[in-house]
Design a protein around this ligand. Structure first.
Ligand SMILES: *Cc1c(COP(=O)(O)O)cnc(C)c1O
Length: 522
């Protein structure tokens, strides 16, 4: 369908209001079609001379026709991308309550540091003598990560949490093989509430995944773990604080049980932001843990990265840490790039080069600007804010594991929506109309209709009060039977509710040009 300007409009677009405009725009809310729909191959923002004649050396493979990319003038290009950016919702636009993701404010200072000349253009193939500062930065970051976690080694190079899991589990695999148990120890225990990346990681490198059943209190019990332990078990992958937003009270006993059985303790550290400066995972008995710098140490994430997922390792796993790593040499800092140059037994390498330099800079800037007292306070405030929301909503919303304090995120289920005709999904869509990004929905899977809310430490009391008031208003509306507010939501977003089932079953993966424009008949 074309609007009056001849621009294609998507079905379900918020164009169904009582006062349609000629352009399809609604004041400052501009309709913006795809670049391919507004650009033309014969238009361009630059005016280049014809190239001098040359003989192609592509063996006849050279392109014969024009490439047909859409062209726009510079102002048109600028407007296109600025308009798209205005349709986005990000942490700089408003409260972003996604649980399990930690959408944390990334201070501008961090960005300034990452953009310093010499840091932003450092190249991984530069001679070592010219990157001493960068190596020092990496080794400082590594030192802080080991200090905060109470561990003996760290591999900085993994590029995301899931990649860090892979790195840690490969170190565990190498340690098991070094003991000659590679053939027999092939089972990894994973609690049912775990993030999906945990079982996926274990399975990817050939382990058999055995679930630890969920209990009614949301905790993993050492008795349940012990029942599954045997000479075939290589490790447990446990998240702490867990994905239900609870600290695992038996974590020390679980670590001991694993070690007594000759197995290892992998900790998913994505929720480390709840305990930084308060507890050291190394003291709790972990052998490996990834740290999502893009969750705990404020570096930005989303949109596919880049993130960074350094892995800290206990003394038992340290010898198997992969290359590359930084160490002090005769002529300053050096990078150990090859396994044969390491004194121990690195399991190999898991990425080209050294990881995400820009993320290291941001994380270190975050740490240094907070100081140890500031990082501890950030953890305390993150937990306080989540509990403030819990207390503000607990009379209306239901909590799956009873009304007990949470860590940095608070988990509700959909028991309270029973008989209202409103689902968790409907509720989330109505939040969009109120100007909020929805919380994490339907995760963890062990909780029916889960709503996982993580405000982070940087939200002010007034921001939290408004958020709570908005959610209370919605909740009371649902309980009063005002279902229409939910089932048709979002009403005010540029796109209305999409047919997610159809999108998944028959995705349209290829763009086809819109029909040629014709002047509408009067
Ligand atoms: C985010 C997250 C991961 C995965 O981290 P990525 O950086 O997204 O790969 C793993 N486990 C938990 C609990 C998480 O929240």
């Amino acid at each position: 369908m074309l609007n009056r300007q001849g621009r294609p409009t998507a079905a379900g677009e918020a164009g169904t209001n009582e006062h349609p405009t000629f352009t399809g725009n609604k004041a400052l809310a501009q309709v913006e079609p795809l670049l391919f729909e507004i650009g033309r191959a014969d238009t361009t923002g630059v005016d280049l001379d014809e190239p001098a004649s040359f003989t192609p050396r592509l063996g006849g493979q050279e392109r014969k026709d024009a490439i047909g990319l859409p062209g726009l003038s510079e102002p048109e290009t600028m407007r296109h991308y600025v308009r798209l950016s205005q349709m986005n919702y990000g942490i700089d636009t408003g409260l972003f309550p996604l649980g399990s993701c930690t959408m944390k404010h990334n201070a501008r200072l961090n960005e300034r540091m990452a953009r310093l000349p010499g840091i932003s253009d450092v190249h991984p193939l530069q001679p070592i003598s010219t990157v001493q500062g960068a190596l020092e930065l990496m080794s400082e970051l590594a030192r802080y990560l080991m200090t905060l976690t109470g561990t003996k080694a760290v591999s900085l190079s993994p590029k995301a949490g899931a990649h860090g899991e892979l790195c840690g589990m490969m170190a565990i695999k190498a340690a098991i093989e070094a003991k000659g148990e590679g053939k027999t120890r092939n089972v990894v225990l994973v609690p049912e509430s775990a993030h999906g990346t945990n079982p996926a990681t274990a399975a990817l490198i050939g382990f058999v995944v055995k679930p630890v059943p969920a209990r009614d209190d949301g905790w993993v019990h050492v008795d349940d773990v012990k029942k599954l332990l045997g000479p075939d078990v290589a490790a447990i992958m446990l998240t702490n604080p867990n994905t239900c937003g609870l600290f695992e009270p038996q974590v020390v006993e679980i670590a001991k049980a694993m070690h007594d059985a000759g197995a290892y303790f992998y900790c998913d550290g994505a929720n480390f932001n709840a305990i930084v400066g308060k507890a050291k995972p190394g003291d709790l008995g972990i052998d490996a843990m990834h740290i999502n710098l893009h969750k705990t140490f404020s570096t930005p994430h989303g949109g596919g990265g880049p993130g960074a997922g350094p892995v800290v390792l206990s003394e038992r796993l340290a010898p198997f840490a992969p290359v590359p790593f930084v160490r002090a040499g005769k002529n300053g800092l050096e990078l150990v790039e090859h396994e044969q140059d390491a004194p121990e037994k690195p399991f190999g390498r898991i990425t080209a080069f050294h990881g995400q330099m820009g993320m290291y800079v941001r994380a270190l800037a975050y740490m240094l600007s907070h100081g140890s007292d500031g990082m501890k306070q950030a953890s305390e405030d993150a937990v306080l804010n989540a509990n403030y929301i819990r207390a503000g909503l607990s009379d209306l919303f239901s909590q799956p594991f009873g009304d007990k304090p949470c860590m940095h995120e608070v988990l509700f289920d959909d028991t309270w929506l029973k008989d209202t005709g409103v689902t968790t999904l409907d509720f989330a869509k109505a939040m969009i109309d109120e100007g909020y990004h929805p919380m994490t929905m339907y995760f963890p899977l062990v909780v029916h209709g889960a709503m996982l809310i993580e405000p982070t430490e940087s939200e002010s009391k007034s921001a939290l009060d408004l958020f709570i008031a908005a959610l209370r208003d919605l909740a009371m509306s649902a309980k009063k039977g005002e279902t229409e507010r939910f089932t048709g939501a979002p009403y005010h977003a540029p796109r209305r509710r999409l047919d997610e089932t159809r999108a998944a079953r028959s995705p349209v993966l290829k763009w086809t040009p819109p029909a040629p424009m014709a002047e509408a008949a009067e």
